[in-house]
Design a protein around this ligand. Sequence first.
Ligand code: NAI
Length: 693
Amino acid sequence: MDTASETNEKRDLYTVIDDDNIAWLHFDKQGTGTNVLSAAILEAFYEELLELVERAPRGLVILSDKRNGFIAGADVREFTQLANHDEAVSAIQRGQAVFDRLAALPFPSVALIHGFCLGGGLEMALACRYRVARDDPGTRLGLPEVRLGIHPGFGGSVRLTPLVGALHAMDLMLSGRSVDGRAAKRMGIVDHAVPERHLKSAARALILDPPFPHRPSKLQALSNHAWVRPVLARVFRHQVSKKARKDHYPAPYALIDLWQQHADNERDMMHAEAESVANLITGPTAQNLIRVFLLQEQLKALGRGTDFKPKCIHVVGAGIMGGDIAAWCALRGMQVTLSDQSPERIAPAIKRAHTLFKRRLKRPRPIQEAMDRLMPDHKGLGVEQADVVIEAIFEDAEVKRSLYRELEPRMRKGAILATNTSSIPLAELRDVLDDPACLVGIHFFNPVAKMQLVEIVRDDETDSEVVAKAIAFTRKIDRLPLPVTSTPGFLVNRVLMPYLLEAVELENEGIPPAEIDRQALEFGMPMGPIELADTVGLDICLHVAENLGKHLNTPVPQRLRDLVNQGRLGRKSGAGFYQYKKGKAVKPALPKGYHPHADISDRMILRMLNEVVACLREKVIEEADHLDAGMVYGTGFAPFRGGPLYYIEAMGADTLLQRLRNLEQKLGDRFKPDPGWEYVAGFTDEKETHGNG
Ligand code: NAI
């Protein structure tokens, strides 16, 4: 067994020495399409470096054999296995020691970067003397650790700040964003950004005729000076505070402290970096964010079970949703045809697509290529070639049914028919089809380009292969599939609605909307419910509420109807609950001496949780974990809390149930606990008993 794992380990990376005595060290983690740095691979890399020192090549080039990139980061799964702070410190220090060894090699080293070069991958590259990156938009360099509730720990924060100055370095680390090869070159992170065909020769040239390593400009160097740091640190803290609260997301603040206190002493900073990451990684925020990340991986993995490889997509209905779905599919490389009742109705969608392509692709050629992939097709000729036909026409069952009658005979064998309906059960739509089992829901959210989650809607009659194909398609266009059953509101809208309606009730009782929103933000929602309702549009909220209200016995507040009748539809009409100036909500200041009522947050959040529990009981979703992921990605449910079910577990189901009962007594039936709470409470108790035993 030892021998087997050793052989495996060896193949995860290997070195070839060429005629110029240059060592080419290839990363090629076995059994996966992506290189990640597990503790075992780091050890194997360390061994390889020791052997290379013995061999004394002229230089070292580190590269990846994977098509998708260099190294995507550390193995996040291992982050959940650290038992305590000390174990975390020693794991991090081991990683630092490996990269220190790389940085101290007596010969030049080059990281040859294509595709993903993130987190630990970029930290490794930073420990090399030089870096060369491919100059396409698909090459992404970044340190996204803050998104997992930590910051770089393998020397990344220590090496990046002196290399490019604090402004670029902190911007990357605090935002977690990634940049392409050219932007990395402009910042000074890489020495060269070149086309694929020149990558190896650029690396070779750096080894054969090594220049001085990159140095920051005077101004960049000054940004790390002891006198400047306190001032800049204040600016960074201010910027971060606009995006994330310290009590919810401590990592960016810890990074700023680390840099401010230690940036002039590399050794001290290394030590403090390890301590700081160990503190963060064993804390609740990081553990919950890591959990959410792993749940996301679970949803991504759902697409792996089929060899369905859709290339041609036909979208019917070029309105808000259909137009944007078509544009998104074309952006992700699909051949798309888009039909509607007339060419005039398609034109605005094509215009919006162009704006999206410009924003995302930036350069004329890829923009033109994406435009070429998106064909206006008002006669609907594309149906015959399509692997996936997506219907996104008016929300009217009869209109949809008559369209399906026309579409089905023209569709290819093996193609799937998907509806974007947000409320009509599949059962009401499919009986016009010869093959009723081939209809599936692929429910995108608005705005399509921003909302990663897509609900995959099925019922007992839906062919499971069709569901698998719908999931595979969703992954192909880089969205997150969430399988749900065809029940009213599916998961996301159903759970959001009681939360939004309770916010409307509160507003109607005279609680200032700004206070309602503030409390939701304090809980960790990305946007307050009042502003969210205004943003979605109060007419749309009313429509969904009336629709769902019938099924779920949720009363629709008169206040919502009144606002819609007055033409106050939210942001799009310039006024809703708030007034809007240049698209921004004007939130009146709270009255002096205002003391908010204690129940505000509970009323909103508990109604949402009650619906979550109902969905679990009704098996709207099969896996409890999927529900947490769906809520985080579909509703923005406070990611640092790890999802609603995880939150219930952390708070104690019994405690929350009691609070819900109290509210029921005070405010009536809409707080009536769902019977599912008994199960959830029992489930949590059981876990606790096992844990203690
Ligand atoms: P929309 O009213 O903006 O667009 C519908 C388009 O379909 C119109 O351009 C119309 O001309 C076209 N159309 C109607 N009948 C047609 C037919 N027989 N053949 C070809 N084209 C036809 O509607 P929207 O908002 O894009 O909604 C479309 C679907 O997506 C609905 O089922 C809706 O429930 C669902 N949905 C809407 C969301 C939203 O936020 N608007 C979110 C998620 C789903």
